[in-house]
Design a protein around this ligand. Structure first.
Ligand SMILES: CC(C)(COP(=O)(O)OP(=O)(O)OC[C@H]1O[C@@H](n2cnc3c(N)ncnc32)[C@H](O)[C@@H]1OP(=O)(O)O)[C@@H](O)C(=O)NCCC(=O)NCCS
Length: 428
């Protein structure tokens, strides 16, 4: 018989079922608790609340484990490509040679944007944040693909491919817009990451050779960002999908959620923090003290994680990749030295040790992006390109779940109790 636990209330005891995951994680299923006891559970920030059961990604934050569909992130980082990892996340298994070729070819055939979309770009101010452009243009794709008379499954499939194919083009166009260069059309003879770098950095008047080390580094970073179970942006995507929102609207909402500095926006903030520190003389100790000071709003960006209470396994891989890329490019970045110094100082400080605050995925990724020539405001866009397969996989999983329900949390009201309406002339 499956496990059950008793919850004792002043007026009665209620027995609730325990849900057990494949890795032995346990959850108390409270879905009938209110009906049976009159109580709801309260958990601001969903610190201890599972919003769903999911087959996609497993994280053990205490041990620093991350697996996509059962495969450790370290293995995928060493052996896979971004599109293969995307296939794995979305369809649940590693593709055969034929499946991967078909998937890749379908994506290749959808990389262009409708020519009218270019007009959207000219409407944005030159200094618009690229995340704002990305989410707006992704949402506007729904206006180009509406009223399509296809079965729901077929539409989900097609829009999945469209999004994977077009996001790099939109991202590259938003960069070109910001620097006033002409848009570079996708070149479908190129592989996914190479094509993106080509659209970002080539100009029609000159030949451009994409550095293979940059392609490898980008491929790695996109794999590492591809999914991270029920984070803020993924939960947003699932929530929008739960109202039966269209896939473009779901992904646009995910992009907006990712933008904030507590989530994907942290990679931009890390570099800005390191640059600021360097400009001020590189006094690491001062910033460690500032991060500990409860009267200051300053936090060590790229440090800490809701789930990881140990090293973020992605941060370890990125740190290694960062060293490797800079060595290969024979480039020295003083920000990397500063980041390492900061990490060392934080990991020896009782505040960070006691609170289990370790470097997260964003701590070193910006240094690689910088070495590749990606402008700092576009760092979070790179995160979005990587996270897209995860968002798509979760939207799909939600859609195919026969028990899915609209996401609608409850609350405990703490405002005024019923009171009288006082006519305006009588208000004091
Ligand atoms: C990621 C993050 C939002 C997680 O938040 P959370 O799980 O809600 O944890 P909290 O914000 O409650 O932090 C727990 C404690 O550690 C402290 N803390 C967390 N991250 C910190 C940081 N980067 N620098 C200094 N102190 C930090 C908090 O002040 C809090 O201290 P308290 O218990 O004395 O109040 C948080 O660690 C953070 O803001 N990090 C910096 C931004 C970042 O790198 N985000 C990218 C995540 S991949």
């Amino acid at each position: 018989m499956s496990e059950r636990v008793e919850i004792r209330f002043p007026h009665k005891t209620v027995e609730v079922p325990v849900f057990v995951g494949t890795e032995g994680e346990k959850a108390i299923d409270v879905s009938n608790l209110r009906a049976e006891s009159g109580y709801i559970t309260l958990d601001p920030g969903f610190v201890n609340t599972g919003s769903c059961a999911s087959d996609i990604t497993f994280i053990d934050g205490e041990k620093g484990i991350l697996r996509y569909r059962g495969i450790p992130i370290e293995v995928l980082a060493g052996k896979s490509t971004f599109l293969e990892t995307a296939f794995l996340l979305i369809y649940g298994h590693l593709p055969t040679i034929t499946e991967l070729a078909e998937f890749t070819n379908r994506i290749r055939r959808h990389t262009m944007l409708h020519e009218d979309i270019k007009a959207f770009f000219s409407g944005f101010p030159r200094d618009a944040h690229p995340m704002a452009i990305l989410s707006s243009v992704v949402c506007s794709l729904s206006t180009f693909y509406q009223n399509e008379n296809r079965p729901e499954n077929e539409l989900m499939e097609l829009n999945t491919v469209r999004l994977l194919a077009k996001l790099p083009t939109i991202a590259a166009y938003s960069y070109k817009k910001s620097i006033g260069q002409p848009f570079v059309y996708p070149d479908n003879s190129r592989e996914y990451c190479e094509n993106f770098l080509h659209m970002m950095f080539s100009v029609p008047s000159e030949e451009y050779h994409v550095d293979p080390d940059h392609i490898d580094a980008l491929n790695l970073l996109l794999i590492l960002h591809a999914d991270h179970e029920q984070n803020c942006s993924t939960s947003t995507v699932r929530l929008v999908r739960s109202s039966m929102g269209n896939l473009f609207a779901c992904i646009a909402a995910g992009i907006c959620a990712l933008w904030g500095p507590r989530h994907g926006g942290a990679n931009q903030e890390v570099i800005e923090m390191l640059e600021h520190m360097r400009a001020e003389g590189g006094n690491v100790k001062k910033y460690i003290e500032l991060a500990k000071d409860k009267n200051s709003k300053f936090r060590l960006m790229g440090f800490g994680h809701r789930v990881y209470k140990n090293f973020d396994p992605r941060a370890k891989i990125i740190k290694g990749a960062c060293d490797k890329l800079l060595n290969k490019l024979k480039r020295h970045d003083p920000l990397l030295d500063l980041a390492k110094e900061l990490e060392e100082a934080a990991l020896q400080d009782a505040y960070f040790v006691d609170k289990k605050l370790y470097p997260n995925v964003d701590f070193y990724s910006g240094i690689i992006y910088k070495a590749m020539g990606i402008p700092v405001p576009a760092f979070t866009v790179m995160f979005a390109l990587g996270r897209l397969p995860g968002w798509l996989a979760h939207a799909r999983e939600y859609t195919h779940d026969p028990k899915n329900k609209i996401g609608r949390p409850r609350q405990i009201y703490t405002g005024e109790m019923q009171r009288d309406y006082i006519p305006i002339e009588k208000r004091g």
